[in-house]
Design a protein. Structure first.
Length: 120
């Protein structure tokens, strides 16, 4: 199968997921692809397949039901994701992998270090 980007079938374009095409020589490929520029020194984790999918679906739900609270949208998204079969999830898994590789390229020394929450 021919690809437009590594790991993405021709029928799946990054713009379908809200991410952008990027220049191969970009010094900030992940930030360019996700259209998020860092305002602080904090580096966000790359989006996983659920986050890629839910970002699009959340937008759709918000347009149809603007009065729905974010917590209820999140619950609905979780239930819908669980109902998707592997074939339906595959494009989002591939996009998440593409974003992970871009993140690795932009932040080669990145290591996820969860912060302990302070006592309140």
């Amino acid at each position: 199968m021919e690809s437009t980007s590594p790991g993405l079938p021709r029928s799946v374009s990054p713009s379908q997921f809200g991410s952008q095409q990027i220049s191969p020589d970009s010094s900030t490929p992940y930030s360019d692809a996700t259209n998020c520029k860092k305002a602080t020194n904090h580096v966000k984790r790359p989006m996983n397949a659920f986050m890629v999918w839910s970002q699009m679906e959340r937008r759709k739900i918000s347009e149809v039901s603007p009065e729905m609270h974010n917590a209820e949208i999140s619950k609905r998204l979780g239930r819908q994701w669980k109902l998707l079969n592997d074939e339906d999830r595959q494009p989002f898994i591939e996009e998440a992998e593409r974003l992970r590789l871009l993140h690795l390229q932009e932040y080669p020394d990145y290591k996820y270090r969860p912060r302990k929450k302070g006592k309140t």
